[in-house]
Ligand binder design. Sequence first.
Ligand code: C5P
Length: 303
Amino acid sequence: MTKSVTVRVPGKVNVFLGVGPREFSGYHELATIFQAVGIYDEVTVSASESLRITGLGPFANQIPTDQDNLAWQAAELVARACGQEPSVHIQIDKSIPIAAGMAGGSADAAATLLACDAFWNAGIPRDQLDAMAATLGSDVPFMLHGGCALGMGRGDVLSPVMIRGNFHWVFAVFDEGLSTAQIYEKTDELRGLDFETEPEVPTELLSALARGDAPALGRLLHNDLQLAATVARPKLGRILEQGIDSGALGAIISGSGPTCAFLVRDESSAIDLVLALKASGLVDDVLHTHGPVHGARVISTSR
Ligand code: C5P
């Protein structure tokens, strides 16, 4: 009998986020390129009398501990699929900033799907896990997948993307998050009712990824949600500019923000940028890491 299962799951940045018009469902058709980056949460599932969530790490007190947490819903889905009671303790050791545009909540949901599947020895086929992930949220399938992928539909219809080498990233993070739903709404408002353009990933960007060409990728970073995020929080525009002035190859809001993502040439430029952003006093914290990295993986099982 399994005592506990721990899954490690990364955060993500969208190196391209093209957003189409709002559909009848309220969602938007996307054309996005996700890249998983090396900032990780660890989710441990163990036996409990009832379903409960606890948090660890610097953001522990901001983690929802009820059914609002997608991880809770993920445990219920797996329990239903394999005929178990969802009585597990989900411990989330959190390093991915919350409500930051880095898919932290979706990452925990993906990790919980995998952890519960292993904990109950359910053997749910991968395509079924992917379908369950998509019902939880648009970013959850990618957090299972990891690496670098094209996301179509709501961002949940994935195909792999050719990528060479490693890209270095610096992230400026903030204690106060932004609401994804509100940033999409603001984007619609700024574009007006007659906006009809379908999103498309430029082939130049795909070839920059395939060549491992960081300067070209830096120039091609694009996010259709960026304007709304910088209108909602004007200092984000100044921080993006400061990153470029301090040597970044490109700067972009990550997902719906507020995290600002900077692509840099190498480790040493990353350290220079971290110091410059910290000295600006405009950001709450600065992280640096690389991508792509793998998606959710079981890292330990205790029996
Ligand atoms: O799918 P998820 O729950 O992560 O989405 C959060 C919110 O983001 C949705 O309620 C919706 O307002 C917005 N969204 C959207 N179009 C997408 C993905 C998300 O409008 N493709």
